[in-house]
Write a protein that binds this ligand. Structure first.
Ligand code: BG6
Length: 504
């Protein structure tokens, strides 16, 4: 069954694509030669440019420690963007003409002053009105970079010019370091100038959760402890840690996926309807969800949290190493790459409903989704013919790669006998011919340039999320904790509990 769309569909190119012209601005990427810039930011900027979605006047200034000439940096980007489908020769040439490179030395503040002088000259010529600093840097450099940018004339306030700072997660390593980092950021920037990215929030399917919940009256009356049995939020990945051992060994799955993406998905599913679609009201409803997270009893942590780490196996038909064999990983590492956590929300709506949050690397396939499992019917009039058990309804919100919403319900299977059959009613973006128009990084960049913080973390949310997770992390990282870590074979669906536990 397929959801049919009403005739009133907004045409492509209508106001649901982009509002108004964007301010002409400088986009200054610190860490321009790194992975994030090459894999995500530069391709996203080029795609926006190709679609006419960047401001009419802009410059991109890549900054990094690597000594590179302007020409060499442009050549790198040309090679990067020329690959595959990104190659559109004319557009690429004009895009590259707006790209510059500046070498900066994080131990030499004068290199930031030199960058500032160059911008001071360049920007008025081009009529640029804003400066967006994007920290595509290792987190260990955030504080230092904020000081360098903040104490140089790069961040000098000027009438009619805006400044924005974009930071990627992780925002700190625990509650204390998150507060420390925030103190430093706030010594130079105001809260409305700080954009803490969670790229999950910019996914079309994640934004759709709010629309789905709060524009359809059908589900809201059921969205509570009376009708919902449990909720599953799953982010399964088939990839391993790649070349990120240095970061991942300090992070593990709880810092990498739970503190941010999983918490945001939880908030969107569990929050109360905001009074209006405004940044402050939406963010404050989400914060209320973090406020009511029931602390996990540390003396019974194993009842609420299962941890795993991938061992060698096969993914997509080819052999892959285990986590401990990945380059740069300690061969005796006990860092979890998989976690499944049961959480409760202590409020009226969700009392007693378990939320199962699961995420892992090197699982059988990539699959991020949220499942709302409704309760079974209270009484079955069919018990004599069908038995007691009638499957309950299930609503699945596919985030990626399946961008769909499907609802499972029971029908009579055709035939002379009364037999049940589960069927699903589906909405799929792809089948509608509407794959998301903007990828997450494109959306993030547009929002930053527009100054729209709706899809970004507020510091209070960051701290509440850390306040919930920090005691858990301290407990599992305490060598005396009997918190089991199960090794699972790469390419499977992760550890099986409790039958085959191989606690390490
Ligand atoms: C990142 C994590 O934030 O999200 C990665 O650091 C993870 O480890 C990635 O692979 C998952 O994002 P997506 O969009 O592929 O689900």
């Amino acid at each position: 069954m397929m959801a049919q769309e009403k005739e009133t569909k907004l045409p492509v190119g209508s106001s649901c694509i982009l509002e108004g012209p964007l301010d002409p601005c400088s986009i200054i990427i610190l860490g321009a030669t790194g992975d994030l810039a090459s894999k995500k930011l530069i391709p996203a900027l080029f795609k926006l440019y190709s679609n006419g979605a960047l401001p009419e006047h802009f410059l991109i200034c890549g900054c990094g420690r690597t000594p590179l000439s302007q020409g060499a940096f442009r050549k790198r980007l040309e090679a990067l963007l020329g690959e595959g489908k990104m190659g559109q020769v004319e557009k690429l040439t004009s895009f590259l003409s707006a790209v510059y490179y500046h070498r900066v030395d994080f131990d030499d503040p004068s290199s930031f002053d030199a960058l500032a002088s160059w911008l001071h000259e360049k920007e008025p010529e081009m009529g640029l009105k804003g400066r967006l600093f994007y920290f595509a840097l290792p987190p260990s450099l955030y504080a230092k970079s904020a000081r360098l940018v903040g104490s140089s004339t790069l961040s000098a306030r000027k009438e009619g010019r805006w400044l924005r700072l974009v930071v990627e997660k992780p925002f700190g390593h625990d509650l204390y370091s998150a507060r420390e980092l925030d103190k430093i950021l706030h010594s130079y920037f105001n809260e409305d100038e700080i954009f803490r990215i969670d790229h999950y929030l910019a996914k079309e399917t994640v934004q759709n959760i709010l629309i789905f919940r709060f524009t359809n009256s059908l589900f809201e009356p059921l969205w509570n402890r009376r009708y919902v049995d449990y909720v599953e939020i799953t982010a399964a990945e088939s990839i391993g840690i790649g070349n990120r051992a240095a970061y991942y060994e300090r992070a593990g799955v709880l810092r990498d996926m739970f503190q941010n993406h999983m918490m945001q998905l939880l908030a969107l599913i569990a929050m109360e309807p905001p009074a209006s679609f405004e940044t402050s009201t939406v963010r404050s409803e989400k914060i209320k969800v973090f406020q009511v997270l029931r602390p996990i009893p540390l003396d019974r942590i194993n009842d609420f949290l299962k941890l795993g780490q991938y061992g060698p196996g096969r993914v997509g038909g080819r052999p892959v190493p285990g986590y401990r064999q990945e380059p740069g990983v300690d061969p005796g590492s006990i860092v979890p790459t998989y976690a499944s956590m049961k959480v409760f929300l202590d409020n009226w709506r969700w009392q007693g409903v378990p939320f199962y949050l699961t995420s892992g690397k090197r699982l059988a396939e990539k699959n991020t989704h949220i499942a709302i499992q409704f309760k079974e019917v209270p009484h079955s009039m069919f018990r004599n013919v069908l038995g007691e058990h009638i499957m309950a309804n299930r609503l699945v919100i596919g985030i990626a790669p399946e961008e769909r919403i499907s609802l499972t319900f029971q029908t009579k299977a055709p035939g002379p006998k009364i037999c049940l059959r589960s069927v699903t009613m589906d909405f799929s973006y792809k089948e509608m011919g509407e794959a998301p128009l903007l990828d997450a990084y494109e959306k993030v960049l547009i929002d930053c340039i527009q100054g729209d913080q709706m899809l970004f973390w507020h510091q209070e949310g960051v701290e509440r999320s850390w306040a919930f997770l920090t005691p858990i992390l301290e407990r599992i990282e305490d060598p005396s904790c009997p918190c089991g870590l199960t090794i699972y074979e790469a390419g499977t669906w992760g550890p099986r509990f409790p039958e085959n536990e191989e606690a390490q």
